[in-house]
Design a protein around this ligand. Structure first.
Ligand SMILES: [Zn+2]
Ligand SMILES: [Zn+2]
Length: 290
């Protein structure tokens, strides 16, 4: 029995509203929505209109430059539009403006996918969301910049994408900027190469080599936790001594909870008193050496 709902918007259709899915519509649905259709399905007038429009305005070109441009950055010295001749085996989403690329519902309240979201989705899931793709605002998490977990797993995608030189360049630039930003987002002592000798003195009061020596002295007594490494634990303690900032501010700076900051300071203080101070600083060291 033929289905009596529109294949695209899933609206129930009265008899006079049903149009059969002909070859133009079938091609349009496959290209834009990845929907495979059969002869006995129906589409409503509203959903089929763009198909006829596309058929009459874009004579049989499946790879318009504009379709393949996944440009995600503001155009910076744009290259003349080269043909989208670079085929990459990267999953990509539907390019339609008229329908949400996630749930396939038609507009009107669809939004442009933010550049940051597209870059993040590409980096974390290896899926390219095109600049042309639109989606409902409801698919975003509270933070408004990334998608709910189940969105990505259910996403229907095309297996490869054709890019031209400028869109590939834009993609690389976006990824590079993402790397640079996320690296400098929060303070962390895990990678000391990001600090100059002067930075280290400003933040902790000791040099990089002294910091490393300090870590060596306490590494058996402090454990790495999922929230912070030994280096960050000691770093938080020294930074607290140097700056006198509240634990609340430190928790924001280091991207750990307030209680984790408190524990880091406690642990460092205790361990330094047992493992470091007696061997290096205290009066009785001096005494013992006499
Ligand atoms: Zn419809
Ligand atoms: Zn949607």
């Amino acid at each position: 029995m033929p289905l009596k709902t529109c294949i695209l918007c899933e609206k129930r259709l009265k008899i006079h509203q049903r149009s059969p899915v002909n070859k133009h519509v079938a091609k349009y649905l496959k290209k834009n929505f990845l929907i495979e259709t059969t002869q006995d399905q129906f589409i409503c007038g509203k959903c089929s209109r763009p198909a006829y429009y596309a058929a009459s305005h874009q004579p049989s070109c499946a790879q318009q430059p504009s379709c393949a441009s996944t440009s995600s950055l503001p155009p910076q010295n744009v290259l003349p539009n080269s043909p989208p001749s670079i085929k990459l085996n990267i999953k990509t989403t539907s390019k339609s403006h008229a329908y949400c690329f996630i749930c396939k519902k038609p507009g009107p309240k669809l939004i442009v996918v933010p550049t940051s979201t597209r870059t993040e989705t590409f980096i974390q899931h290896n899926i390219l969301i095109t600049a042309e793709s639109r989606c409902c605002p409801g698919h975003f998490k509270q933070n408004g910049t990334s998608y709910e977990e189940n969105v990505i797993s259910k996403l229907s995608t095309i297996d490869n994408v054709f890019l031209n030189r400028s869109s590939l360049l834009n993609l690389l630039t976006a990824v590079r900027e993402y790397c640079v930003c996320s690296k400098s987002k929060r303070l962390s002592f895990d990678d000391l190469t990001t600090f100059s000798e002067e930075d280290m003195l400003n933040l902790t009061g000791i040099s990089v080599s002294n910091f490393l020596a300090l870590l060596k002295a306490v590494e058996l007594s402090i454990r790495n936790t999922p929230a912070r490494t030994v280096a960050t634990t000691i770093g938080i303690f020294l930074f607290k001594l140097k700056s006198g900032l509240s634990n609340k501010v430190l928790s924001t700076l280091f991207d750990v909870s307030k209680s984790s900051v408190r524990r880091a300071i406690q642990t460092s203080r205790k361990v330094l008193m047992t493992d470091f101070v007696p061997f290096n600083l205290a009066f009785h060291t001096f005494h013992a050496k006499m």
